[in-house]
Write a protein that binds this ligand. Sequence first.
Ligand code: ZN
Length: 381
Amino acid sequence: MLAASVYNAFVLVPLYIGMTYKTDIHIHGCVSKILYRNINNHLQRILCDFSDELSRINITVDGFKEEDADPSIIGTGFSCGIDSLSAVYNRYVLETDPEYRINGLFFYSSGVHGNFGDDRAVRLYAKRHASVQQAADKLGLPLYMIDTNIHAFTKGHGWYGPRAQYLGFYSCILALERGIRMYYIPGNFGYGLTMEWSFRVAREIDFAEFAEYYTLPMIHTGNIRLIPEGGQFNRTEKTEQLADWDIAREHLDVCNDVEGLYDTYDICPNCGHCHKCLPTLLALEAVGKLGHFARKFDLGKYKRESRKYKYLLVLNKELDGFLMDSYRFCKAHGMKLPSVFAALLYVLFRKPKTFVRYMMQKVLPEKTFLRIYRRRRYNVK
Ligand SMILES: [Zn+2]
């Protein structure tokens, strides 16, 4: 699948680095003309709007060329998280049009299972792959493993992380343009929540949440298109949709507590108390389907942690799209949540920083508050 004669996969990350350090770049190879035009005409401006640390630069290339290929795969990443399962459910199980129906799945090692060179990360990758392979077999779809070493080069670089990592991820897919013609990339939030929340809070923090829906359609070549998927749902709605699907019930893997999973994955693949597990379980609790996933999560831990999580949900919902989504979903399904007063009493002694942060948010102008919040929480200027 690897492109052999074009450098389309080697433009986006150098672009971000060049824009960060205000340095022009030259690509010593040929790239797709449409990709080059879209980067110059649109992507640079979107990136400048995303972060004050980025500046427009000049990019030059050796020439323009399209890879000579006839790709046929309609793919998506398949980690068995909520977003990827939702993409497969809607664009494979429910999809009837063969021109748009998924016919191949991809599973990556690119840093999400732990640090490069850490044997524990390699073992976790292998275990997760075994589960994902079983799910792909049940679906009757081929699973392609993409074992990258991108995380060998990015560790310790302050500019990497949610601000730039997606450009590296898109580049991995562009590298496969001899095989892939269409690739669905699931988003975190529905369109409404993206407009309401992402433009206001995700700026300077998370590029995908800020701009993915309108950036992806521009990252294409003569062979491959990246297509946003999932904007028709919020994450809680996806969770509800998947709650009765046997593939999800047997293979759901959302956990982000990688260090903890090194010891516990064989017993239970989801910790039940990290920032990915908690909103998933809360949505399942709201629709009365926690029991469907008793073998996939440590529900004992969830029950111990969920009370605290509900207090924080009430106070932090304006600062995190996951929490806003969860809060509204729980309310809409009649779940009783603590009052703001009860939540403030709870954090006053146990989490005084949250108390101070909430009071600042109420008192300061929003722009001032967000600038201070980003600097303290994300180390952003
Ligand atoms: Zn977890």
